[in-house]
Design a protein around this ligand. Structure first.
Ligand code: DAH
Length: 370
């Protein structure tokens, strides 16, 4: 019997030493492939005598089987090692700091709008809305604007192209048309249906929303926000208006020492009409509420003009009430010390990151001060 132990030892050593799958495959082909040494030995069996084949056959087959098994084992080991290396290379270092993730922030205007609504809601007001695209009737005529009033000019108001019926719609210049829609029971829900308020008098609503005017500088932007107020009942008078607004301002600025004053003014839709100022200090280059001897106008208001009640189908001899309109962005600037109104609408996330509010942090919706 031919001794194959040297060949076996040699091939086994090479198999054990194969560094990778490619080298191992080379060895397999060299030993067991068609032209391999072991295959040649197997083929030589054919030329042997039956006696020789009896002993050589099992020896060579045994050699082939052992080498096949060794190659298989080495292959499994190399594959395992390759997988290990791959896993090691792609390992996640969980101790690394996570990349910063930008969190959403509530815009100061919406934060302040919510604060205002929360305060008026505590006083028993509901919320009503109206459309941004209004018609002349709701924005002007029903509110007693005379036909040639300057607000009806193109340079003050954004008008849309005339529709099929020739009517020119406009972007509402104030939230006062919400008053008309509530009294005429034609206000529409914008977005949330729970804001639908169809109500007969007595009425007590606030109407927040966007308003538009052709205007742009540090304190005016073409779009800004107002909050309208309307109270209609049998015996509502100017004193109720003053108390309501004083109470609101103290609660909003979270200071009991806020001083206000009413100045006579003119609005077509209220009689008498007034503007309300808050006392403030401007000496440090910043407006401070609750101190100083300067005044800052924050709203207009008055007793609802009898013409408006009549235009809205209410009998002025039976009903009366007050209305007011507050500038939401202006109050946000004052409360949170933001100097330029244009920043509100520049859509700069760095500004929002600085001045924005967390959506969930504050348990008291009427207070953003901490
Ligand atoms: N609509 C007025 C404006 O935009 C503000 C206003 C004044 C609203 C008096 C009112 C009011 O409801 O009574 O300038």
């Amino acid at each position: 019997m031919t001794d194959h132990s040297e060949l076996e030892a040699d091939l086994s050593a090479q198999i054990e030493a194969a560094a990778d799958l490619e080298a191992l495959e080379g060895l397999r082909v060299a030993a067991l492939g068609k032209a391999g040494v072991v295959s040649a030995l197997l083929r030589s069996l054919g030329q042997m005598s039956p006696e020789a084949r009896k002993t050589e056959g099992p020896a060579i087959n045994g050699l082939r089987d052992r080498l096949t098994a060794k190659i298989g084992a080495r292959k499994a080991a190399l594959e395992e090692a390759a997988l290990e290396a791959e896993l090691e290379a792609g390992r996640l270092d969980l101790s690394l700091p996570a990349p910063p993730r930008r969190r959403g922030q509530v815009h100061p205007t919406l934060q302040v709008m919510d604060e205002m609504i929360a305060i008026f809601a505590e006083m028993g007001f509901s919320v009503a809305e109206g459309p941004d695209i209004e018609d002349d009737f709701h924005n002007f005529t029903a509110l007693n604007f005379p036909p040639r009033h300057p607000a009806r000019e193109m340079h003050d108001t954004f008008f849309l192209k005339p529709g099929a019926d020739g009517e020119r719609k406009l972007l509402r210049t104030h939230t006062s048309p919400i008053q008309v829609r509530v009294m005429r029971r034609t206000n529409v829900a914008v977005g949330a249906p729970q804001f639908e308020v169809f109500q007969d008098p007595p009425i007590r609503i606030v109407g927040p929303g966007r308003v538009y005017r052709c205007d742009s500088d540090a304190t005016h932007t073409p779009m800004f926000h107002q909050l309208e107020g309307l109270v209609i009942d049998k015996a509502i008078h100017m004193g109720h208006l003053k108390w309501t607004l004083d109470a609101f301002v103290r609660r909003f600025f979270e200071a009991d020492n806020v001083v206000t004053r009413f100045r006579p003014h003119h609005f077509p839709f209220t009689e008498p009409s007034a503007e309300m100022d808050v006392q403030c200090d401007r000496s440090a280059g910043q407006v401070k509420i609750g101190a100083g001897s300067d005044w800052l106008e924050i709203l207009g208001g008055g007793m609802v003009h009898p013409n408006i009640l009549a235009n809205c189908g209410l009998d002025p001899d039976e009903w009366q009430g007050f209305a007011f309109g507050l500038g939401v962005d202006r109050l946000a600037m004052l409360k949170y010390g933001m100097p330029d109104l244009r920043d509100f609408f520049a859509a700069d996330v760095r500004w929002l990151g600085h001045y924005g509010f967390s959506a969930f942090a504050d348990p008291n919706p009427a207070s953003g001060l901490s």
